[in-house]
Design a binder for this molecule. Structure first.
Ligand SMILES: Cc1ncc(COP(=O)(O)O)c(C=O)c1O
Length: 504
């Protein structure tokens, strides 16, 4: 099967990929999305309609109709006898910009919803592209079974801290905040990052954002232009992928192995503007980037004049030993922007994160944060500063590390026992909030995800996180927000589902 067939087949296999549309429209949407993301690069030849129909096990007429629609809208061009080629959308946009015209791709695609009534009409081209793939929940690792359990959060204490802030309610905290966030919180984070993550940081470098998603968006807006290249890990965190796509960056997926992002000669021949990595605990595989790779990446960033975006999303959850030192701490050339979040340690909806920028970027980021986002939420930030300053943060981390560690242990032990002798490898690294179960290449992990969901168990197919055709199959199994009782009840069920999938 050609890589293009594999890629399109993978999209069509996703149960939630435009489930209500006919197959011809689904194929058209899959190809269009792949062209926008440059997974099907400009000038590349698509398989013939006959080959694609055979590979995808659909009728040739369906393929021909989808190709015709793509050709009519300028996404591909067909020459009789020579084949179907992907159009160069970037060149087209650049020409349009040069001519002062509004950039549109090819002939403008029909406005979303104009025929199907699926989405509100009159979205921009970008809006159509972004909403054609609204699959966030599909990639969000959930609590394994049942409702998410947040009972370990100290609600009463949090309420007291909030009440205290509100009793005093200094007027300055009711404003948007122009200085990159509430100073005591920035100070507390500075201390924390120096002590526990070996980040080289002064308080002026710390900006409080509405979580990592906003940090990524700010970086994409301020450091890259539409059409610039971003290297991302493959498989990759969905939120990062979306943030860069939304800013029209060209994504170059880079393979990941046991030592993290693994650049090859072809990658090194390209010129990234941004390099997004999760070095402490690669998301979702869990690989820890080796020291040699960290040094190599820092060198590459200097030589290519690129920015490294280090997403340190879950370092608090290391169940044995100390948290790993951040990549940022090794950076002597100010190429790394370091980001962290309170989503995992406090609760996801708090939407407070931090971004540490090199000194030369402080003013730009501070003013853009204010101009573009109007951050606010200083009252929450003040309560959080007290939570950290009074020592509750450290106590809370210690407590949830124990709780999550026990959940992890039970899940892993049960799965290991039940899957003994099966060709399944269960991640052994002692950190994070989910386990990775690697499966043989011929196992359909998307089908297993669905079978588990039918049984009330939430797992995610590893293959769905790849941008290129997936090279690994497996399941991501979250455990942090699931009670021991539920894990004890559902882990044997999951094992049975996996065994049936492996045997199929
Ligand atoms: C890799 C990674 N980064 C960041 C986040 C959290 O981002 P935010 O602070 O926007 O909630 C997540 C959440 O799932 C994640 O998996």
């Amino acid at each position: 099967m050609s890589p293009a067939s594999d890629l399109l087949g993978h999209a069509l296999a996703q149960a939630d990929f435009h489930p209500r549309l006919p197959q011809q429209r689904r194929l058209y949407e899959a190809a269009k999305a792949a062209i926008h993301r440059q997974q099907l690069g400009a000038g590349s030849k698509l398989p013939s309609s006959r080959d694609l129909a055979r590979d995808l096990r659909i009728s040739r007429n369906t393929v021909i109709a989808a190709f015709e629609q793509l050709a009519a809208e300028g996404y591909v061009s067909s020459t009789l006898g020579s084949g179907t080629y992907v159009a160069d959308l970037q060149a087209h946009s650049a020409r349009m910009r040069g001519s002062g015209a509004t950039p549109r791709v090819g002939h403008p695609p029909p406005r979303a919803g104009s025929r199907t009534g699926e989405r509100p009409a009159d979205l921009s081209r970008r809006g159509q592209e972004l909403t054609s793939y609204a699959a966030g929940p599909r990639f969000e690792i959930q609590p394994f079974a049942g409702e998410a359990d947040f009972s370990s959060f100290p609600f009463k204490l949090w309420q007291r801290l909030q009440n205290r802030v509100w009793r005093e309610a200094p007027e300055a905290l009711l404003d948007y905040g122009q200085s990159g966030g509430h100073l005591p919180l920035r100070q507390a984070i500075t201390e924390y990052l120096r002590m526990s993550r070996s980040v080289k940081v002064e308080v002026e470098q710390v900006m409080i954002t509405a979580g990592t998603q906003q940090s990524l968006d700010l970086c994409a807006q301020l450091l890259a232009d539409a059409g610039d290249t971003a290297w991302i890990e493959d498989p990759c965190y969905w939120g990062a992928r979306r943030a860069f796509q939304a800013r029209e960056l060209k994504l170059r997926p880079i393979a990941v192995d046991g030592d993290g992002m693994a650049l090859d000669a072809a990658d090194l021949a390209t010129r990234p503007r941004l390099i997004y990595v999760t070095p402490s605990h690669q998301y979702p595989t869990g690989a820890v980037m080796s020291l040699a790779r960290r040094r190599e990446l820092l060198d590459v960033a200097v030589h290519k004049d690129a920015w490294i975006l280090e997403d340190d999303y879950d370092s608090e959850f290391r169940y044995t030993g100390r948290p790993l030192a951040a990549l940022q701490g090794l950076d002597h050339d100010d190429r790394v922007l370091y980001m962290g979040t309170f989503s995992k340690v406090i609760y996801p909806g708090i939407k407070v994160g931090y971004l540490v920028v090199p000194p030369a970027l402080i003013d730009a980021f501070k003013s853009a944060l204010y101009d573009l986002q109007r951050p606010g939420q200083l009252m929450v930030q003040a309560a959080l500063a007290d939570f950290i300053g009074l020592g509750h943060f450290t106590t809370h981390i210690r407590k949830i590390r124990q709780i999550y560690g026990a959940r992890r242990e039970l899940l892993r032990r049960t799965l290991e026992q039940r899957l003994d002798g099966q060709p399944v490898s269960i991640s052994r690294e002692e950190s994070g909030l989910h386990l990775v179960l690697e499966l043989p290449d011929d196992v359909d992990d998307v089908a297993l995800e669905q079978r588990a969901a039918d049984a009330g168990i939430q797992v995610k197919a590893l293959s769905a996180y790849f941008l290129k055709p997936p090279v690994r199959r497996g399941l991501l199994v979250g455990y942090a927000y699931c009670t021991l009782e539920k894990i004890a009840e559902c882990a044997p069920l999951l094992a049975a589902i996996i065994i049936s999938g492996v045997d199929a």
